[in-house]
Write a protein that binds this ligand. Structure first.
Ligand code: IVH
Length: 659
């Protein structure tokens, strides 16, 4: 079920595919369905669950008291309705409320026994959590001892561990600089830091915590949530300074409104506000549903959107000629980063949104990272923009003037000109990139310069670059030139699959290139193969075969390939053991292996006729479990899929048998 998959990606893998808002919308839809059709409701429904199953890499411990979730409100009227239900349930005209920020962090339960921190657990599935005591002890904000003269025998405190936003931005910028993938948001970064088996790694991250709730306790005398928070503060535990009490629903709305306007003022990310009934007697009277307390509600803020001016819609031409429209925006700050460009994907998407240059548009960060234009603001379209009519895809390429074409049934448009300067630039940069010919010193800027100076007009021209001509370029000293030339020379010995990736054939990325290289062994054989023969290669199929055939049939490409051959690029691939011991095997990899990188392991499996899948299912033949495995190992155990360790993997590669 879709919701289950998203829950799993979010909670267990710290790697969500959809935004929190999209998830909430799906959950809500299911809740409404279940309400309308009680016969569909089941105890295992995602609407009754919190969190995800615990990670087997950590010791699991049952919570003394389950860690529940909260019911959500998305409209102010839902807060009014909740307040009304509370009043009715209590037969009390004016119960007091506590208003808190809803911190977008990782839920954690701390157990203090006689004032000493004994255990820290993640939420896990709400009933059983993972033990992360050693990791949490490294967090400065979490005291080892409570600063109380007479601490209770047991005090369980719940709260959120978070990655402070400023530090998060800096860390992500550094990762991007180093070519490492960025974390989608601070919560994922916090979750990743806590999932480090080695607490020293956790200690190197600037995590912090805010406490907001009570779990099991013995010997604690407090009669309201406000009193409890005050006690935590006296005990030296971190609590949010923004918390306020409210005696009327209007004050609750004012709190929600204020923090909606100042969402980025706190040092942590917030995704809403939590309103709680303050008095513990009241809380007890209201009680719980299966999933959440009746005495609290979370008001969720909508995804962050900003309005800005759409200066223009331009198109880019990619390395395969694909034409992509994008919005050029008046720079605007959305959720902590400045957005000035946003893709519009393709002609249909752009037309559907009906955004036009001159419009005021709403932009948001989809899934927290990719900027997206939501649409135009209806009341703010100037008459002349209205009169101009819908935006139209240019009929000619802005870089070379060729007629842009769009094939029937396809969403993408193309510039068919192989000599289109922008297409050449993108192609050359891609040819030299790490996944292709891996030419050190030939990045995007150098590619641009070589093309602009007329030193290169075709990919193959880089192999006949003149040293003197390069030396004449601005900023190119002898050392830089020699490095570039030796990088180019070295690339000639890249195996066929890298060359195929570099040729910029539509649909041919690393995996397809490897399959083709392995099957045909040599460029000439692939080039001479019929479309049907290519389509028959396992994992290839007719669409790719058509693209490959069309590529080689084009005289311009054929000439370029000939030139590459003349230059002496390698056309065969490393001799692999052409055993087919893993034919029909579907293998899933999890955790690190000492003798292989992830790519090498993948290649070794594919070289033997096997297939690598990213998730474990009933169709998986075997799961290779390395160091620090993820939840895939657990999933394998659940489904009864066999697992092997690194030694078993080596044996498997050799014999096709599981030891
Ligand atoms: S009170 C019985 N207060 O949001 C549950 N939760 O979406 C009581 N959260 O499970 C939770 N800030 O992990 C509470 N100020 C706050 C919170 C907060 C963040 C988390 C918490 C909860 C989740 C529900």
């Amino acid at each position: 079920m879709e919701l289950e998959r998203h829950r799993y990606r979010y909670y267990a893998l710290s790697d969500p595919e959809i935004s929190d808002d999209e998830f909430d919308a799906l959950l809500r839809e299911l809740e409404e369905l279940e309400a309308a059709h009680p016969e569909l409701d089941s105890p295992g429904s995602p609407t009754r669950k919190v969190g995800a199953p615990p990670d087997p890499a950590f010791r699991t411990v049952e919570h003394r008291q389950p860690m529940l979730s909260l019911d959500n409100a998305f409209e102010p009227t839902e807060i009014d309705a909740w307040c009304e239900r509370v009043r009715k349930g209590l037969e009390e005209a004016r119960p007091r409320f506590t208003c808190e920020l809803k911190i977008d962090g990782v839920a954690c339960s701390l157990s203090y026994v006689d004032g000493h921190l004994e255990q820290a657990l993640t939420r896990g599935d709400g009933r059983v959590g993972e033990e992360i005591t050693a990791q949490v002890r490294t967090i400065d904000a979490v005291p080892d001892w409570l600063a109380l003269d007479d601490p209770p025998a047991l005090l369980e405190v719940r709260g959120e561990i978070y990655y402070p936003t400023t530090e998060f931005e800096a860390m992500n910028a550094a990762r991007a600089e180093a070519g490492e993938p960025r974390f989608a948001n601070p919560r994922n970064a916090a979750s990743g830091a806590l999932r480090q088996k080695d607490p020293r790694v956790t200690a190197s991250r600037p995590l912090s915590m805010i406490c907001h709730g009570m779990g099991a306790n013995e010997g604690l005398e407090v009669s309201s949530h406000g009193e409890f928070l005050a006690l935590l503060s006296r005990a030296g535990l971190p609590v949010a300074e923004e918390t306020r009490t409210a005696d009327a629903v209007e004050e609750v709305h004012a709190f929600i409104g204020h923090w909606g306007e100042h969402r980025h003022a706190p040092p942590f990310e917030i995704d809403g506000v939590v309103v709680k009934v303050d008095d513990y007697r009241h809380q007890r009277r209201l009680g719980y549903t299966a999933r959440a307390p009746r005495w609290a509600i979370a008001y969720k803020y909508p995804p962050e959107e900003r309005e800005t001016h759409l200066r223009d819609i331009e198109v880019n031409v990619g390395r395969t000629g694909k034409v992509t429209p994008f919005a050029v925006l008046e720079p605007v700050l959305v959720a902590g980063s400045t957005i000035s460009l946003a893709t519009l994907h393709n002609e249909d998407q752009a037309r559907l949104k009906d955004v036009r240059p001159g419009d005021t548009v709403t932009v948001r960060k989809a899934g927290d990272v990719i900027p997206e234009v939501v649409g135009y603001v209806r009341g703010k379209r100037p008459p002349e923009v209205e009169a101009r009519g819908p935006w139209e895809m240019p009929t000619t390429c802005p870089f070379c003037g060729s007629a842009i074409t769009r094939l029937d049934g396809e969403a993408a448009s193309y510039c068919p000109n192989l000599d289109c300067p922008n297409r050449l630039l993108e192609s050359l940069a891609h040819f030299a990139s790490r996944g292709a010919m891996d030419i050190e010193g030939l990045g995007y800027e150098t590619a641009k310069l070589l093309l602009a100076e007329g030193l290169v007009a075709d990919l193959a021209d880089i192999y006949s670059l003149d040293r003197e001509a390069l030396l004449a370029l601005e900023g190119f000293g002898p050392k830089k030139v020699d490095n570039l030339l030796s990088g180019i020379e070295a690339s000639k010995s890249q195996p066929l699959e890298r060359l195929l990736v570099g040729l910029n054939i539509r649909h041919v990325g690393g995996t397809v290139a490897r399959m083709l290289a392995r099957h045909f062994g040599d460029l000439e054989k692939l080039r001479g193969a019929s479309e049907d023969t290519v389509a028959a290669v396992p994992g290839v199929g007719p669409v790719i075969a058509q693209a490959v055939a069309a590529f080689f049939a084009n005289p311009r490409n054929a000439a370029s390939v000939d030139k590459l051959l003349e230059a002496g690029v390698r056309t065969d691939t490393d001799t692999v053991e052409r055993s087919d011991v893993l034919e029909g095997f579907t293998v899933v990899l999890t955790g690190g292996l000492e003798g292989f990188t992830r790519d090498e392991a993948k290649q070794a499996i594919e070289d033997r006729g096997g297939r690598v899948a990213s998730s474990v299912s009933g169709k998986t033949s075997v799961v290779v479990v390395g160091d620090d495995p993820g939840t895939k190992a657990d999933r394998a155990a659940e489904l009864g899929v066999p697992t092997v360790d690194e030694a078993g993997f080596a044996h498997l590669l050799e014999t096709g048998e599981m030891a």
